[in-house]
Design a protein around this ligand. Sequence first.
Ligand SMILES: [Zn+2]
Length: 436
Amino acid sequence: MEKFDLVVKGKFVVSFSDGVIENGAVGIKGNKIDRVFREGEFGYHADEIIGGDDLIVMPGLVNTHTHAAMIAFRGLADDLPLFEWLQNYIWPAEGKFVTEEFIRKTLPVAASEMISTGTTLFADMYFFQQDAAEVLRKIGMRAVLAEGIISFPTPTAESWEKQLQYNEEFIKNWLNDELIKPSIGPHAPYTTTPEILKKVRDVAEKYGVPIQIHVAETRREVQEVREKFGKTPVRYLDSIGFLNSSVVSAHSVWLDDEEIDIYVEKNVGIASCPQSNAKLASGVAPHRKYLEKGAKLALGTDGDASNNSLDMFQEMKFMALICKVNTLDPTSCPANEVLKSATLRGAISLGYSNLGDIKEGFLADLITLKINKPHSIPVFNPISHIVYAAKGTDVNDVVINGKPVYRNREFLTLDFHRSIREFNIIINKIKDEFKI
Ligand SMILES: [Zn+2]
């Protein structure tokens, strides 16, 4: 009988390559999925078995755009115009509070929010990513981390040259890590210059790492880029040779048809954040067009300050619904495509060729979902269940890189209560500052 390190089994195993398998199981050796068992094929030994008849086993969710440490600013200010929100709350709060210690005390809480709602990989652009990487590595979370590079001072460094230097050092330190993939993060076309973007591209090419950038989030930004550089954001980026398959373009709300074609041709990843775009009234991304034209459409939450959640289940449902109402067509953005955006296409966008599906040879990042709750019965179609009925709190177990990090809704690799105590020290300072 074949022996596995870990077997995860369930009433349904959801796989893109093998379809939905009833009473299936996933055999894991080391950090990889070694076998996907169909019903009746059971015959294995395993050091550890997770699973039961009341579970769906599915690929871990991939959040392709967030600023995880901003969990400390969740609910600090809501229902405000974007620039008032940024100028009066977010930027002052970041200027005052974001330090290495802030990153070390917020990341465990953000990771616990993500793990407990089924995210196994996230892409992040923020500050002091060296500290973030060390914290996440201990927790066993998979992440693609980029230092924010911008034309003005950040908490990490006062000039873009120094921010870039920090980012390059960070890349060198983490280039061959199993869980942390370093990346590079020019903030946006309107907050950088062609010179910065060219230097960023050189560094990305030198090390073969992904580039995370915000593009065309608001109409105001499109106008600003047009005034500054004489072109819309995507045309501008294309004209300076910036776009290729290593670019992950966050938001990407305001693209015209020709710009969508450029993204398809250059194989740019799109990290759509529909809930953040809706909350800040930035607009609705052209999801259906992206899918119809074969763009690399992935999904993200954005930071907790603008969402106010890192729960990818909420994000999936919202993407499906806003896409349908935006096109007045209930057949657009079907559940299977939305789930792919939240898993397999997310992983591909971030440069992984063996992640985001339950498939033999793929990295073993997977989750189980309870399906025995009042809101989760019956289950006729597990994929539509995942997108339209499931909640992040249904997540029961999480395996990252072959290792369980969450079992029966308990964290195995982080001390949640201690993390909250340390986090609250920071939160109390923020409350004092803003007189809340
Ligand atoms: Zn963002």
